[in-house]
Design a protein around this ligand. Structure first.
Ligand code: DON
Length: 411
């Protein structure tokens, strides 16, 4: 049998191929001259399978897709409080290069618009790095997300730097508000180097898959950043990643995403996969025209909207019966699947409604393949309460998903 996913990708790429609307980024001469016909798409699963069709190994500059990853590095290197003191998390509803800051704090509204991204760049690495050392930290960090060594395209970097008046204006404004504490030109130079890192569509899909996989690169298995950082980054991508098209994107596509003016676009679907597309012609928001169409198709055809999730809670109780043996009656509850709060609540309700009268109660989790911390503590609390009521409680837990410590507090 042939694999289904590449055939699907080939079909969808064929459907959008003829759309020649939009323009390549005109404000960076080297990008304006890019081949507008390039088209590629990659799905990378969280267990490291990569499906790609089209120009997936052609290199182009990462541009604004670097922003969520630099944000992740700043959060990891400086901590949440230091970063949040300087960059907010509110959608701006404005263009990516708007010259605006929050009126009361002087902070950029979020790390996805240029004002926030320039500030974020300045917060990568420990305090006291030179601008060159900071760029090195950024390039190494992006490489860890991609799982291979990346490099800066000096020609595109110089091309953008030569006409970076708007970003310089933003950086000077940040300096005047005390948000930037150093030479604005050096920070913009570093930020533009960050934007000029060369990637392929395959790299971008792997970077997105690392976010989808709780910060662990699916191929190298490196924990690049921790889960709390990933949660913050994905939240900001979901609300601000597509700039002033963020609301349309959230409703129509519903995948945390980030675009770049070279034509790249990524989406990270937590627990499932990273997606990347490449097509250089852009719409008025600076997002790839065919990339947006591809993501709309992927989301609707494959049911990838993050708000569309199956009702897993109902299915967690597999069976509830009494077994009678020589040693008397035992109440046997068997659970299955992935258990989070709603599943654990369903289990607790099943136990309550059953009100077991048998002296022994077995809680069998051998068919449970994942359980989060809240659900684990709720099950332990249910076991503790059953024991308090006089039952002998036995967990069947061959994979040690529920550690035996019954003394832990639930909240
Ligand atoms: O700051 C800039 O203008 C660019 N180097 C990056 C902008 C970008 O990719 C915007 N996103 N679509």
């Amino acid at each position: 049998m042939r694999s289904i996913v590449p055939d699907y990708l080939t079909d969808v790429l064929g459907d959008v191929e003829s759309d020649a609307s939009g323009e390549t980024a005109g404000y960076i001469p080297e990008l304006a001259a890019a081949d507008p016909e390039r088209l590629g798409a990659v799905f990378a699963t969280v267990d490291g399978e990569v499906y790609g069709v089209g120009d997936i190994d052609a290199e182009f500059t990462i541009q604004s897709i670097s922003k969520p990853f630099a944000y992740a590095m700043a959060l990891a290197d400086r901590g949440f409080d230091s970063v949040l003191a300087k960059v907010g998390v509110e959608p701006s509803g404005e263009a990516f290069n708007e010259i605006s800051l929050e009126s009361d704090t002087g902070r950029p509204r979020n790390p996805m618009i240029n004002a926030g991204a320039i500030t974020t760049h300045s917060l990568v690495g420990p305090v006291g790095l030179t601008p060159a050392e900071r760029v090195e930290r950024v390039v190494q960090g992006l490489s860890a997300f991609a799982g291979r060594q990346l490099r800066v395209d000096e020609t595109i970097c110089a091309s953008e730097m030569a006409s970076a008046h708007r970003n310089l204006a933003i950086a000077h404004m940040l300096r005047s508000h005390g948000i930037l504490a150093e030479d604005p030109r050096a920070v913009v130079d570093g930020y533009i180097r960050q934007c000029s890192v060369l990637v392929t569509t395959r790299d971008l899909a792997m970077m997105a898959a690392t976010l989808a996989n709780r910060g662990v690169n699916p191929l190298s298995n490196e924990q690049v950043v921790d889960q709390t950082v990933v949660r913050q980054v994905l939240s900001v991508m979901a609300t601000c990643g597509m700039y002033d098209a963020a609301g349309d994107w959230a409703t129509q596509v519903g995948i945390p995403a980030k675009s770049g003016v070279a034509g790249g676009l990524i989406g990270a679907l937590p627990g499932q996969l990273g997606i990347a597309t490449f097509s250089p012609r852009l719409d008025v928001h600076g997002n790839s025209v065919r990339g947006v169409s591809l993501f709309e198709r992927f989301s609707s055809d494959m049911g990838l909207h993050v708000m569309e999730v199956p009702p897993t809670a109902r299915a967690v109780v597999r069976s509830n019966r009494v077994r009678t043996g020589a040693d008397g009656a035992t109440r046997l509850f068997r659970f299955q699947g992935a258990i989070r709060f709603a599943g654990a609540e369903r289990i607790v309700r099943e136990i309550l409604e059953t009100a077991p009268s048998e002296p022994r109660v077995v809680l069998d989790v051998s068919l449970v393949h994942s359980i989060d911390d809240v659900a684990r503590r709720m099950l332990l609390e249910a076991a503790r309460r059953l024991a308090q009521d006089g039952h002998e409680v036995i967990f069947v837990d061959p994979e040690a998903m529920i550690p035996a410590d019954l003394g832990e507090k639930l909240w």
